[in-house]
Structure formats: structure tokens, C-alpha cells
Design a protein around this ligand. Structure first.
Ligand SMILES: [Zn+2]
Length: 225
């Protein structure tokens, strides 16, 4: 039976310029969908060793392959990666799972090449690995991709039928479990001021699915758990 497991990949400190600077620390959570057809990893965290990222965010990072092993998973069983979006802290270790295809939206690929959006070399997906995600697409039995724009133009969440019922890997469609409970998002977390209403629509859609559990990129607390 399909299950979702949280992988704690580490944490970053937030620079003064960040909208959430007052919180100082940002947790980095990725998820493994343990599916009968193979493992599906949702996001891969940042990578260490980038001078500007290290200076601004000082990430303390566990390699996703180590985190998988520590949770009893064999990286060779990873059948796919999903990038909720291509900010540096969500795609930085795609290269460690280089045998697996990567699902991402066309809208996200397009924005990822714009100035100051991400670390371009981390966000680059080799053509042989690239799988373009369509809203509502089933990539395995009971695993559905949902386009949830707001935080980023091409953001994806993942709806999964599991032993617990319908679970959603929200990603960063909202920042925290508390925001999900309130079906809201914060304007400063959006791609730009004009994206807040879009982000609120995405949250309303996710809540309307009435999931039993939900999981977040930057909050280890899980809704419904
Ligand atoms: Zn982001």
C-alpha cells in the first residue's frame, strides 16, 4: 500500500532580505511516496558548496541519498522525482538521483531561466530526464500532479491515495501547516504581489479535496498526522 514519508534534509538560516527573516531558520522537508511501482521523491533540497547560497543561507544539508538510506530506502528504487518548483532549495540535489526522470511544469521551466530566480545549474534538467507535468496528470496509480500556482508560477502539489485516504504533498503552495488549516497563504510568499489571489485559489482547491493528511516543504508539522 502506498505511503508517504517525510525526509528531513536540513535547515537554512534566512537572510535579512528574506520576507520571513524574523523566523531566522527555515526547515527543509522533502517527501518520499513509497509506491508499489517504485519510490517517488518530491523535491531534493539545496546543495552545499555554492558561494552565494552558502553566504546568504548557510544551508546545513543532508544528502537526499543519505536521508533515503537512513529511512530504510534504497536510492536505486527511486522511479521518479517531482520538483514542486525550481527554487534552489527544492531542486539542488536532483543530480544525486540522476537515473530518475524529473517531473516539472513548463511554466516553472520558463520562469527558472529568469534573473535571480534560482541557481540555474541546479534547476537545469537534462532533456533525457525531463517530464513535463500537466495539471491533473496521473503519473502512477493514485499519484496525481496538481498545478498550484502562487508561490511560483508553475508550482506543483501532489495528491496521493494512501493507506490513510487522500494525502497531499502541498510543497510550498503555503508555507506552514497553520496556513493550510486556515486555507490561506501570505502575500510576501507569493511570486509577486499580483499572484496572491492565484495562490489563495490554489489553497482553496487543495482544501476542497478534503485530504486526511497534508505535508509541507518548510514545516515539519503534518496536517492530520
Ligand atoms: Zn520556493
Amino acid at each position: 500500500m502506498t505511503a508517504i514519508r517525510q525526509l528531513r534534509l536540513g535547515r537554512m538560516s534566512l537572510p535579512e532580505s528574506h520576507p520571513r527573516a524574523a523566523e531566522r531558520i527555515c526547515e527543509i522537508c522533502c517527501y518520499v511516496i513509497d509506491h508499489p511501482d517504485g519510490l517517488i521523491v518530491v523535491d531534493t533540497g539545496p546543495r552545499a558548496g555554492h558561494p552565494l547560497i552558502d553566504k546568504l543561507y548557510a544551508p546545513e544539508v543532508t544528502p537526499v541519498t543519505n536521508a533515503l538510506a537512513a529511512s530504510g530506502f534504497d536510492e536505486r528504487n527511486v522511479a521518479a522525482v517531482i520538483n514542486t518548483h525550481l527554487h534552489f532549495d527544492h531542486c539542488g540535489q536532483n543530480h544525486l538521483l540522476g537515473h530518475a526522470p524529473v517531473w516539472v511544469t513548463e511554466a516553472e521551466l520558463q520562469v527558472s531561466t529568469t534573473e535571480r530566480y534560482t541557481v540555474p545549474e541546479w534547476a537545469h534538467i537534462e532533456p533525457s530526464r525531463l517530464r513535463l507535468a500537466a495539471d491533473g496528470e496521473l503519473i502512477a496509480a493514485g499519484v496525481q500532479l496538481l498545478h498550484t500556482p502562487g508561490h511560483s508560477p508553475g508550482h506543483l502539489s501532489v495528491a496521493v491515495q494512501t493507506e490513510w485516504g487522500l494525502e497531499i504533498v502541498v510543497g510550498q503552495a503555503c508555507y506552514s501547516c497553520a496556513e493550510f488549516e486556515a486555507a490561506t497563504t501570505v502575500a510576501s510568499d507569493m511570486h509577486g504581489p499580483s499572484w496572491h489571489s492565484v495562490g489563495l485559489d490554489s489553497m482553496a482547491h487543495l482544501r476542497s479535496l478534503n485530504p486526511t493528511r497534508a505535508h509541507f516543504s518548510h514545516d515539519a508539522q503534518e496536517f492530520g498526522a
